[in-house]
Design a protein around this ligand. Structure first.
Ligand SMILES: NC(=O)c1ccc[n+]([C@@H]2O[C@H](COP(=O)([O-])OP(=O)(O)OC[C@H]3O[C@@H](n4cnc5c(N)ncnc54)[C@H](OP(=O)(O)O)[C@@H]3O)[C@@H](O)[C@H]2O)c1
Length: 325
């Protein structure tokens, strides 16, 4: 089969389409003929050599895909050859075929095309497992999403609105903020021209928000603590703004704050299967009802993976970028 190989750590040009061996199918896996795979920010870090795949995972990038099941392992009962599915991967999506544990596979949501289904597994599993399963974001609560126009952000806005939250977002341009509002965000904050702490306070009558989904890490840590309400929860999923910082901890006692963080890729297959099952039960009905839609900015042929990485690293995109083998 053909796959995108990271020929050496480096810039987008190190991504090359090569002939490689087909994946080996284990008893608890299905083999998917890939219709589409989607980029994630982590792929760019893997390409640079700073985010190696977990032990046993495919060396090729790609954390999610959609496609048609081509073969089924001996212990798999739910899926059959010909099923149209999408899947959460530990790697290997940038290829014509990928093998994945059956517990990480989902049916294509009703009303979504086979190729656009590739835009959902990573964002749905990340957002559901963090702010819903761990931070317990509830109906009527307020949520602040940093990077509202990202793949993660555009999904988080839609699902949080569907579940009855008031959603605040930050983004770096008026165009991105307008898009976020179109898909449901209530309050848009341009972090280049506004102080998000002051704006959150203003919009919440001085209370702060209940939950923050943060991809910035160090550079926003202190300001995130200041933006939270009493009993507020900060969930950190990325470090675009660095990994080390100093902070004034007094707010923890005064406001009874909780700070959590988690990565999806390094969870065990069993743990991922629990999340995938929750996503199917809680998120798929919202997609089927048309309340959460795929947000795809651009499709590239798989052979143009380098160009797709350049686009992601320019941060010009809104939503997801897809690759088609
Ligand atoms: N923990 C997990 O399991 C997990 C899973 C998936 C994703 N993530 C994380 O979630 C974040 C979003 O991922 P994604 O794939 O949805 O990314 P994405 O679509 O590439 O979006 C990232 C956005 O962040 C904003 N941004 C702000 N500061 C930035 C900076 N210093 N450098 C680059 N971009 C910056 C940019 O929008 P503006 O123009 O508004 O600045 C950019 O469009 C990433 O940090 C990723 O690592 C974590």
């Amino acid at each position: 089969m053909k796959a995108i190989v990271i020929t050496t750590p480096g810039g987008p040009e190190v991504l090359q389409l090569q002939d490689v061996d087909d994946p080996e199918l284990k008893d608890d896996e299905v083999l998917i003929k890939v219709e589409a795979t989607a980029l994630n920010r982590a792929d760019t870090i893997q390409r640079q050599g700073s985010y190696p795949p977990p032990k046993g995972a495919s060396p090729y990038p790609g954390l999610e895909c959609s496609g048609t099941i081509e073969a089924v392992g001996k212990k798999v009962s739910r899926w059959k050859i010909g099923d149209q599915v999408c899947a959460l991967l530990s790697g290997g999506g940038y290829a014509e075929k990928v093998a994945v544990p059956a517990g990480q596979v989902l049916p294509v949501p009703p009303g979504v095309s086979l190729k656009d289904a590739a835009s959902f597994p990573e964002v749905a599993c990340t957002v559901w497992s963090t702010i819903f399963m761990m931070s317990h974001l509830s109906e009527g609560e307020t949520l602040l999403v940093h990077g509202g126009s990202s793949g993660i952000g555009t999904f988080a806005i839609q699902i949080a609105k569907y579940r009855g939250s008031k959603v605040f977002v930050t983004a770096g341009s008026e165009e991105k903020l307008a898009f976020c509002k179109d898909i449901g965000a209530d309050v848009g904050i341009n972090y280049k021209t506004e102080d998000f702490v002051a704006r959150v306070k203003e919009e919440t009558g001085g209370q702060g928000v209940n939950v923050i989904l943060d991809c910035m890490g160090a550079s926003y840590y202190q300001r995130n603590l200041e933006s939270l309400s009493v009993d507020g929860r900060l969930f950190i999923i990325g470090f675009l703004g660095g990994t080390s910082t100093e902070a004034d901890l007094r707010a923890f006692l005064a406001k009874r704050l909780t700070v959590q963080g988690a990565g999806l890729r390094n969870r065990s297959p069993e743990n991922k299967a629990v999340i995938v099952n929750e996503v199917e039960n809680n998120v798929w009905p919202a997609i089927a009802a048309g309340k959460v839609k795929p947000v795809v900015y651009k499709y590239f042929p798989l052979s143009e993976a380098a160009e797709a990485h350049r686009l992601m690293e320019s941060s010009k995109h809104i939503g997801k970028i897809l690759l088609l083998p």
